[in-house]
Design a binder for this molecule. Structure first.
Ligand code: R2B
Ligand code: URA
Length: 270
């Protein structure tokens, strides 16, 4: 029965999971293989996009895990190509997740933030797409039902703090996120703290670099989408990520666990 189910769901690919790092997406596919009892040998899940350096792609049963690199342009290219692939493969009822890392604002490091909406650096809830000099603003709200289901998974597991909050999406890690430790910095510690406080006051709880276009493209294509990112540090306390490698590795498993829990629940009901 389990085997039959996995074959059926393999033909239709309901769960798209994207994340920045190629190795993290490989680990995620191995984790999902175990969690869903798909019975593949761990080292027998190949990168099916190995011919290109653009991204890595791993398929296990109903899960397609794809890496997207860093920043809006990088994820945008991958999502265009992925959505075309889903269209030509006639996939239906697809749900999309971005799992990743972020900087927290006023949160204990290791807290997982499920994005309610992604805002731009001026705190507007939209993604501006410039096409031939004409700017169109696309809505960046994430799917509320899916976000709530993910939060429920966290409550059931009760392993780490998880909240639903606003996510700030920037085009730069340093000046774009008000860091003081980049190569250039024309503002003061006080300016930085004012900006981060303003972000917090508008509901922003974490900062990362891809959620806006992910949210906008999911909405445009009608896919329910969720963004689940762990916070690696509290930006109100500093700019540098200084936890040990082991601690950071454990933090990065947290979004995978939440999304895995949700997928398992849905998969086992099918
Ligand atoms: C989180 O971490 C990366 C920057 O270090 C970026 O891709 C993101 O969104
Ligand atoms: N990713 C970001 O974009 N910012 C951080 O501070 C940490 C991870």
């Amino acid at each position: 029965m389990q085997q039959q189910r996995s074959l059926q769901e393999g033909a239709n690919l309901p769960f798209i999971c994207v994340g920045g790092s190629s190795s993290r997406m490989k680990t995620f596919s191995q984790y999902m293989n175990e969690l869903l009892g798909l019975g593949r040998a761990t080292d027998d899940i190949p990168n099916i996009c190995a011919q290109t350096d653009r991204y890595s792609m791993y398929k296990v049963g109903p899960v397609l895990a794809v890496s997207h690199g860093m920043g809006i342009p990088s994820i945008s290219i991958m999502l265009h190509e992925l959505f075309k692939l889903l269209y030509h493969a006639k996939c239906t009822d697809v749900v999309a997740f971005r799992i990743g890392t972020s900087g927290g604002i006023g949160l204990k490091p290791g807290t997982v933030v499920i994005s309610k909406v992604s805002v731009d650096p001026s705190f507007h809830p939209h993604f501006e797409q410039n096409v031939m000099g004409k700017i169109t603003a696309y809505c960046t709200e994430l799917n509320a039902h899916l976000s709530q289901e993910l939060l429920n998974c966290s409550k059931e597991n009760n392993e780490f703090d998880t909240i639903i909050g606003t996510t700030l999406c920037t085009s730069d890690f340093y000046e774009g996120q008000a860091r003081l430790d980049g190569a250039f910095c024309n503002y003061t510690h006080e300016d930085k703290m004012k900006y981060l406080q303003r972000a917090y006051d508008t509901g922003v709880r974490n900062i990362e670099m891809e959620s806006s276009v992910f949210a906008a493209m999911c909405k445009r294509s009608g896919l329910p989408g969720a963004v689940v990112c762990v916070t690696l540090l509290d930006r109100l306390q500093g700019d540098q990520i200084d936890n040990s490698h082991e601690v950071l590795a454990e933090y990065q498993e947290r979004p995978q666990k939440l999304v895995g829990c949700y997928i398992k629940k849905v998969f086992c009901k099918i």
